[in-house]
Design a binder for this molecule. Structure first.
Ligand SMILES: *[C@@H]1O[C@H](CO)[C@@H](O)[C@H](O)[C@H]1NC(C)=O
Ligand SMILES: *[C@@H]1O[C@H](CO)[C@@H](O)[C@H](O)[C@H]1NC(C)=O
Ligand SMILES: *[C@@H]1O[C@H](CO)[C@@H](O)[C@H](O)[C@H]1NC(C)=O
Ligand SMILES: *[C@@H]1O[C@H](CO)[C@@H](O)[C@H](O)[C@H]1NC(C)=O
Length: 200
């Protein structure tokens, strides 16, 4: 009885360890993203899910803890959607996917990327609204969304980052945002400012 229970406990521990060993969360997320994309030029060829982590993959940069901090895939002829799981790349600082054929919405989960400094999605085919959740990313300095088909308005939460956060470049020009396309009056769609200088 006791031996059987001990055996079961050992087996459970081994199973737990095996699960941990196979759980390469950030690599799994990026590999799932690779599968959601069409990559005619094979720029993602090195994204091999059997490797221990994604740190040796081209266009991916990790910190010294083997956690992903950059994904650089601008102008790579990639098409497809952004998967919500990208919000699980907890240490991501730079996400550059500009000048591709990205379609579908900007996942609201990107608001969970609390180290994000630059979100560069300009010149794609993105639709839907700019997620208000991005207003939670106080570290964000560059938000380049120009040249998409985004609709709605720029959320106040995001605009507030210009004042209370680190946002110095917000570009939403060339979209279908309310008031920017049909309005005859010119509207400000680009906010660029130097790092905040106050009481100097
Ligand atoms: C994209 O890449 C092509 C060739 O690889 C180059 O000619 C073009 O200037 C690049 N465009 C941008 C916006 O970087
Ligand atoms: C986007 O897709 C169109 C149609 O397939 C193609 O002509 C164009 O070169 C693509 N653009 C980029 C930046 O990959
Ligand atoms: C991430 O963000 C989304 C949408 O803002 C939210 O629903 C979700 O609970 C957040 N947390 C995680 C761990 O994904
Ligand atoms: C702005 O960035 C600095 C690091 O450059 C960081 O310490 C600070 O917390 C950021 N501000 C916000 C509101 O997150």
């Amino acid at each position: 009885m006791a031996a059987a229970r001990f055996g079961a406990a050992v087996l459970a521990s081994i199973l737990a360890l095996a699960t941990l060993a196979s759980c390469n969360t950030e690599g799994d997320i990026l590999y799932a993203q690779r599968q959601a994309w069409t990559d005619p030029n094979n720029v993602l060829q090195s994204w091999d899910a059997t490797l221990l982590n994604p740190c040796t993959w081209f266009h991916v940069t990790c910190n010294s803890d083997n956690s992903v901090i950059r994904v650089d895939l601008g102008n790579a002829s990639i098409s497809g959607t952004l998967i919500p799981e990208l919000g699980g790349l907890t240490n991501l600082q730079y996400l550059a996917l500009f000048a591709n054929n990205m379609s579908g919405p900007i996942p609201a989960t990107l608001g969970n990327l609390t180290s994000l400094v630059s979100l560069d999605l300009h010149d794609n085919l993105l639709t839907g609204a700019i997620p208000a959740s991005l207003g939670a990313v106080g570290t964000l300095r560059f938000l380049r969304l120009q040249g998409n088909m985004l609709t709605g308005t720029v959320p106040l939460e995001v605009l507030s980052l210009v004042l209370v956060g680190n946002l110095t470049e917000l570009n939403v020009a060339r979209n279908d945002l309310a008031g920017t396309g049909s309005s005859s009056k010119p509207r400000v769609t680009t906010v660029t400012q130097d790092a905040l200088k106050i009481a100097s």
